[in-house]
Design a protein around this ligand. Structure first.
Ligand code: MG
Length: 247
């Protein structure tokens, strides 16, 4: 089978989780404030704006520091962090996830070129399938390697990503797919490290939860703004090597 297969992360390149993470942050602070009031304390909470919050996340500032800058101290920070991990995967918050602008157009382009897209994510497969169904995108995905643990995506451990990608590569190879021109596309250091560990080219996209300058330090093969740009680059490559597959 000569079709190109690419491996792609879900949160970041395809799903925009920034609204969910920001809403989780605000709800976490509101909860700590309400708990404080029950104990007769009035906490002086300062809500960061969405863009301040997201800039901090993109530059990998610890959640503890973000909580501190939002006016929390000591035990209130611990209570906030615990509440955030409790609620971040609730259905009402998951509904805030959106398709990244032009990600659909990018996936359509790959589909036309016969490029297979295999998702490698730390999200549970059923959450991903639900999102793809909600946004009518299931046609775009050839296979899916997820993580059963519901809190794994928020933690984003590189070792988990490497494990998932290793499994995905081994299974795709067993099924006879040619992975010589494969890419790993993702928005965090975990994706770059996974691609590098398994010897495939990496594309870091800067539309997700890490900044361009942060990602640059991990030396991805390509550093691009988003999935759409990555898909255009891939289309050029496919057109050069398999002129008959693309219009
Ligand atoms: Mg991601």
């Amino acid at each position: 089978m000569s079709a190109i297969t690419i491996f792609c992360d879900f949160d970041g390149p395809i799903a925009d989780v920034s609204e969910r993470y920001y809403a989780t942050y605000r709800q976490g602070l509101e909860w700590v404030q309400a708990q404080g009031r029950l104990q007769g304390q009035e906490l002086a909470i300062r809500y960061l704006s969405k863009s301040q919050f997201w800039t901090f996340k993109q530059n990998r500032l610890p959640d503890r520091q973000i909580a501190h800058w939002s006016g929390l101290e000591g035990a209130h920070i611990d209570a906030f962090l615990a509440q955030v991990s409790r609620i971040v995967n609730h259905a009402t918050l998951l509904d805030r996830d959106r398709v990244q602008p032009q990600a659909r157009a990018g996936l359509e382009l790959l589909h036309q070129c016969g490029v297979r897209v295999v998702l490698v994510t730390l999200r549970p497969p059923d959450q991903v399938m639900q999102f793809l169904d909600q946004h009518a995108l299931h046609w775009a995905i050839s296979d899916l390697y997820g993580m059963p643990r519901v809190d794994a995506a928020y933690q984003n451990q590189a070792s988990h990503k490497i494990e998932r990608l290793r499994n995905a590569i081994a299974t795709q190879q067993r099924q006879g797919y040619d992975l010589r021109q494969s890419w790993m596309i993702g928005d965090t250091e975990a994706d770059i490290m996974a691609g590098q560990a398994l010897g495939i080219d990496t594309v870091a996209v800067t539309c997700g939860i890490r900044s361009s300058s942060y990602l640059q330090g991990f030396r991805p093969t390509h550093l691009l703004p988003d999935l759409w740009t990555a898909c255009q680059k891939l289309q050029q490559r496919v057109t050069l090597t398999q002129r008959h597959l693309c219009p």
